[in-house]
Design a protein around this ligand. Sequence first.
Ligand code: FES
Length: 289
Amino acid sequence: MAEDEPDVGVPGTRGGPYTGPRAADYTPEPDHSDDPGYMTRTRFLSNAAIAGGGVLTAAIVVPVVGFAVSTPLHSEEFRWVDIGPAGDYLKNAPPYPKPAPSTKIGEVTSLAVSGPSADADRRIFVVYGLKDPSTRPVPTPGEDSAVYEAAFAKWASALSASDFDLVAIWNRCAHLGCPVAYSPGSSGYVCPCHGGAYDSRGLVIGGPPPRPLDRVDIKVVDPRKSFTPEQIAKGDDRVPLAVAAKSGGAGLRVLVGKPYSIDQQQQAFELHSPGEPVSGALSHLYPFT
Ligand code: FES
């Protein structure tokens, strides 16, 4: 080929004129956007997003509504249950003849109590012990044992029945409801599920529980005396604990009744569910905390 001739090539071969489809020839596929029955990709993704949002909303709303509805269930049916002679519980009371660090101060009795329904059946720890266990002297590091024993004897000999009280502690963990066990070594309660730890009065000393162990109302009564339901409701039938302890509980009985919750200051509240704080800012944020 001469150098001055144009290269027109041979159609359909390399270097020849373009013979493929052209933009002007393109016919678009129908997108069915005006067909409400046709599931386009956009429509599918929109429906999936709406369904996912609905599931997430339900996951938040359903528990909240459930907790709101369950609130009236907190005040459960109860009845007073006789758990035996007062003398069985008011043991190891002062005065102590020869107080020593080994002297047993207070008593813990574990027992199962049947309520008016299966839901109200529970295990409780009846504790006759110091109102304020922190007053008990503990040896300081390096302290002479004779000095400590003397300090303990002085403290224990000054105790009177008014330093003691009688409480019934429910063994339902305040975190998620596992049954706690009494640990004689630490004079407290431990939860096997997540390591919740409580002191001898059921106050939280470690782990995740948001409040102390719940309690059950307890009273000492004299079965030889009768009272009207109104007097019983006012508490007129209750024998003062110091009086009962002084007599060794002779002829008296111990009854347990309605469960309730407490805070760390041992202030009483309506019975709360496990995991539910009873006071403070977190109690207002529950169940989102
Ligand atoms: S249920 Fe007791 S610590 Fe969790």
